[in-house]
Structures are given as structure tokens and as C-alpha cells.
Design a protein around this ligand. Sequence first.
Ligand code: ATP
Length: 261
Amino acid sequence: MSGEAILECRGATKRFGDFTAVEGVTYKVAEGESAGIIGPNGAGKSTFFNLLTGLFPPSEGQIFFGGRDVTALGAEGRVALGLVRTFQLVSVFNSLPVLDNMVLAVTRFSPNFDSTPSFMMGSAHKKRITDACLEQLELVGLSGLERVITDELSYGDKRKLEIGMAMALKPQVLLLDEPLAGLSDVEITDVQELIQAVKHQFTLVIIEHKISRLLTLVNRLSVMHEGRLIAEGDPDKVLDDPLVREVYWGDAACTVRPSGE
Ligand SMILES: Nc1ncnc2c1ncn2[C@@H]1O[C@H](COP(=O)(O)OP(=O)(O)OP(=O)(O)O)[C@@H](O)[C@H]1O
């Protein structure tokens, strides 16, 4: 890893009652890096994202963003600083038109945001916001769909919308939680290409089960197992690590490159 750590956690632990979902994880992401996280189901990956993004407070440990201790800062505060995520299940407002979803994303974290109609509907302001949203929709390949009710989009297009909404928040760091989950092969390729095309704009961390696809997007790989980080570094070396092969594929001697799909 080169460059300054923009996102870091030290000794992050999360307990739910007697159960420890994340245990003593120390992790750094350098500015501009694209990093991947894999691990078997229930390994603690999403919980780890929840700790990084402030959805859950850690039971122990600290989270730093841009060198600042943000452990006590909630999720909204971290988004305002530039730490943005998407969720394993697409999170968009299905009953609203596509454009309105984007408008909400663009305006919600605008420095002068207030929820009054005059802010949302003032004509000059409205035009500027609409133009910015249309541009953002074009960037993620959704031009022409702005008036469609979001529920009518394919799951792949909903995923693109969600990524576009996250990008509209101008993230410094974008965390994608299983962006390829639930998509058809064609949609997977589409979303993979979208991520590839935009990833230079921010530091990226991706949780993904589809390992062969993930490897086209990241230059560092971390593996979680039972709440702990068990391997980290160059993806080829990590996938050859006997411990990773044992816990992930149940075969320390396995030499076949896993497709992960
Ligand atoms: N809010 C919660 N309360 C209690 N247990 C939880 C909670 N959230 C997660 N867990 C448990 O923590 C463990 C880790 O879950 P998590 O969703 O972080 O795993 P994951 O690696 O993201 O799994 P997957 O790949 O299947 O999404 C699981 O056993 C899960 O049941």
C-alpha cells in the first residue's frame, strides 16, 4: 500500500450480545487505492462496513477518516465528510421517479440544504440541480430513464442508480457492499464496467463474493473469516495463502484459481 491512509480502523470490534461479529480488525486504505474484501458468508464483512461508515458504533476500537478520529461521528456526519457507501440490497426509493432519487441524493448533502419547498423548487436552483442530476444519470448509463418510476427499472439499473446517487455525494471514499449481488451475467458485466470507468474518481473499497470479477477492479485484497482479518495484500498472493484456501474453499492444498462464482 502506498500513500497516506485516508480511511483506517484500529482494533475495531463489534459484539452483538455474546456474539462477536468483528474482532480486533486493524485496516488501512490509502488515498486513491481500490481495495477488495472477501470472506465466507457471515464472516463479518458488512458489519465491518457498518463500523467504518458509522451505522454501528464499535464495541471497541477507533475509526479514522482523513486522519481525524470519527469514531463518535454518526453515519450522516461521515457522509458529509466524504465517506459514502452502497448496501448489499439496493437502497433507492422505488416509488419515486429515477430523477427524484438523484435529486434527493444531490440536495440532501448540499451545504445549504433545507427541506423547504423554496429550497427544493426555487426555479434557478431547481434547473441547476436538475441539470446536475441528468448529467449524473448519463454518467451511470441511465439517460432517458429519468421519468420512469424506479420500481420499474431492472435490478441492474437500480444498482447503477444507487452507485450514481452515491457518486453524486462526491465521495472521497466509496464503499460498495456486494455491488454485483443479485444481478444477471449481463448486468454484472455492465455494473463491473461502470465501476471500472469511475473508480479513478475516488478511493474505493468493495466487498464482493464474485472474486474473479472483483479482481478486475482492485489491486489489494483482504480476507475476513469469523470476524477477523486473516490475510491482506497482493490478490494473487492472498489467494495462494494456505489459510485463505482452507477457510474459504476448505482445501489448503487447492491450487486451482477459484472463479468465486
Ligand atoms: N444487528 C445484528 N445483530 C446480531 N447479529 C448480527 C447483526 N448484524 C450481523 N450479525 C451477525 O454477525 C455475523 C456477521 O454478519 P455480516 O452480515 O457482517 O457478515 P457478511 O460477511 O457480510 O456475510 P454475507 O457475505 O453473507 O453478507 C453474522 O453471524 C450475522 O448474523
